[in-house]
Write a protein that binds this ligand. Structure first.
Ligand code: ADP
Length: 617
């Protein structure tokens, strides 16, 4: 913290590109931008950064608390932003082969900045980090294993922008990001679409390099990899020639034959230029196709968001991309779309009133986000290497408690919590769990990994592991499964595993015998202020009446568990759900009965909600 202003935290952000250096100064306490600037066409990035201290002085910025650097590629090593030390620096250097044009200027920027501001902590913010939650089914190319072993996989970029869009959308809709399925469309000179499911990226259109996916200003986006040999045979082009053309002479520029500026292309198209018209059609079609694909990937979509120069400014392109998506429940309002004005951090909604999918337009603020990430990492400790997943504490934008708000009832399928030691015994030395999808409660997720639970009488196969790892193993099954396994299992609160039965867990690389087998006591996760507003506190037991069309019942012994970060939600297991004929979970009205009792009215929700919201404990 600088001495002059104890309530300020000033972060200098540096985005050192190959031909320019963008920088800005932000106060992350007062949430203000002091200024932003760009030094273009610097012969050497070092020369450009050398000029920054003088420019800061001229603007009256005397002291800095942190410096945040945009680093394009963090490979699979950097799953979050982290404080730069010699080990991190070496890690970034080792990622240079993955991004030979982009990581070297960032490294130069870090070196110059650490000499210019000795003692000021520096944080690397990676474009790839937000996408580290993408599951293997989406990040893996079906190519020879030897190729994949070199690091050939889909990484994704624009992560800082997509994360900002997610946070801004959640804030605007007053809905936790952990409850939203967002397709974020960043349409600038570079362009990508990202599927953000419950606060985590699950797929994105850029892949190993920023060449894959959408049509861009001068980049082709998706092409058949067979073009390389075809062009070599037919035009005698080398791999380097083809790659160069795919980056610099393709995309909108190639299709329009008149540059890559969408404003010009739209003008020409309106004047009847067939090339410009085709460019627009190909561009919009590709983007629409990705939105449909990502809705399929997430089992639906709640929000489509547009950002980047084209996404922010071109109402006609937004209209074209969204046309024909009413089958997804997306109906754009032409008037609202045409009337978008993006001053400040505005994020207007432009769907029609009945549209189930909301459509949001917002400016992206990558520099601002880099400053926020730097401040977050410095405030909460540096997760650095080997952490699993991004910190999710920032994804929620809590709305004020509403005692009349319905409480969702989620049906929790059987699942397992493991220690890191157990993970390694079951999945191999050094194994880290892979995030499959986020859960309703922030910071918790379902892993790709499953285990078999083996009892004396039978085996329950493919039981999902939930993350992050815990201090003790805990296996949560139903009474019916306990009977099938042949083990007498007690009803316990999560975490109360002392003296619980021992069971065998089998993974692909080994088996363990562990205690921790329980049938979970039913409970409601409740945000602390929500519980207070309803006159409840941690540990209270309530009654919950389920009205479920012919199988109403009252659950007694429902324990209230509170935490400031919880999303209010009742968890029951599949036996209980079956008893109440709530096979897909529900949502209901909470009515106080005799002090601290609750009454819920069951209503059906889509299957996807039930599958994704399996309980965290
Ligand atoms: P970058 O990816 O380089 O940050 P931007 O996000 O600034 O790029 O997007 C630049 C693109 O936005 C320009 O190439 C231009 O085609 C497009 N653009 C900017 N303003 C408009 C507008 N009013 N209408 C259509 N396109 C626009």
């Amino acid at each position: 913290m600088n001495d002059s202003e104890h309530d300020a935290f000033r972060v200098l952000t540096i985005n050192a590109g190959s031909s320019s250096v963008k920088f800005g100064v932000f106060d992350t306490v007062a949430h203000t931008q002091l200024f932003q600037a760009e030094i273009e066409r610097a012969a050497h990035v070092e020369d450009a950064i050398d000029r920054i201290p003088g420019m800061l002085k001229a603007k009256g910025v005397a002291a800095l608390d942190a410096i945040g650097h945009r680093v394009v590629h963090g490979g699979t090593r950097f799953r979050d932003a982290c404080v730069i030390d010699p080990v991190v620096l070496q890690g970034i250097e080792e990622c240079v082969p993955l991004a030979p044009l982009h990581n070297p200027p960032a490294l130069a920027g870090i070196k110059v900045a650490s000499a210019a501001w000795p003692g000021v902590p520096q944080v690397a913010v990676f474009d790839t980090a937000f996408h580290q939650t993408i599951p293997p089914r989406a990040s893996t190319y079906a190519v020879p294993e030897a190729w994949r072993e070199t690091g050939l996989q889909r990484y994704g970029f624009h992560g800082t922008s997509h994360k900002y869009v997610m946070l801004r959308v959640a804030e605007e809709l007053r809905s936790p990001a952990a409850e939203l399925r967002i397709v974020s469309c960043h349409l600038g000179n570079g362009a990508s679409v990202c599927a953000i499911e419950r606060g985590v990226s699950v797929d994105t259109s850029m892949g190993m390099t920023p060449l894959e996916g959408l049509v861009m200003g001068t980049r082709s986006g998706d092409v058949d990899p067979g073009v390389f040999s075809y062009l070599q045979r037919s035009l005698g082009l080398s791999v380097a020639d083809i790659e160069d053309a795919l980056y610099h002479d393709s995309g909108l520029a190639a299709l329009s034959g008149a540059g890559h500026d969408m404003r010009d292309i739209e003008k020409r198209a309106a004047d009847g230029d067939p090339k410009a018209q085709l460019a627009i059609q190909v561009y919009a079609y590709r983007a629409r196709k990705y939105i449909g694909a990502y809705a399929a990937a997430m089992g639906g979509v709640d929000v489509v968001a547009f950002t980047g120069g084209i996404g922010e400014n071109s109402a006609t392109m937004r209209g074209r991309i969204c046309s024909g998506l009413s089958f997804l429940g997306l109906d754009l309002d032409d008037g609202r779309n045409a009337g978008v004005r993006l001053s400040g951090s505005a994020a207007p909604q432009i769907q029609r009133d009945h549209s189930r999918v909301r459509v949001v337009v917002t400016k992206t603020r990558e520099q601002w986000m880099i400053a926020q990430e730097a401040a977050r990492v410095l405030a909460h400790g540096d997760p650095g290497f080997a952490t699993i997943g991004p910190a999710l504490e920032a994804v929620r934008a809590p709305s004020p408690p509403d005692v009349n708000a319905p409480i969702p009832v989620a049906v929790s399928a059987h699942h397992v919590h493991l220690t890191q030691a157990a993970v390694e015994q079951l999945f191999g030395p050094g194994h880290r769990l892979t995030i499959r999808n986020g859960l309703t409660q922030p910071g918790f997720w379902a892993a790709e990994e499953t285990v078999d639970v083996i009892g004396p009488r039978s085996t329950v196969e493919r039981v999902r592991v939930l993350g992050p790892c815990r201090a003790r193993n805990q296996i949560e099954i139903t009474e019916t499964e306990a009977y099938q396994l042949g083990i007498d299992v007690a009803v316990r609160l999560s975490g109360d595993t002392v003296g619980t039965p021992v069971v065998t867990l089998r993974g692909p690389r080994g088996s363990i015998e562990t205690d921790g087998l329980i049938v979970a006591k039913r409970h409601i996760h409740m945000r602390t202020d929500d519980a207070q507003a309803r006159g409840l506190q941690h540990g209270d037991e309530v009654e919950v009446a389920i009205d479920s069309a012919g199988r109403d019942l009252v659950f007694r012994d429902v324990v209230i568990r509170t935490d400031p970060d919880f999303v209010t939600e009742m968890h029951i297991d599949t036996d209980e759900a079956n008893a109440a004929h709530l096979d897909r979970g529900g949502a209901g009205e909470l009515v106080s009965v005799a002090g601290c009792s609750a009454r819920l009215t069951g209503t059906q929700t889509p299957a996807s909600r039930m599958e994704k919201s399996c309980c965290l404990d």
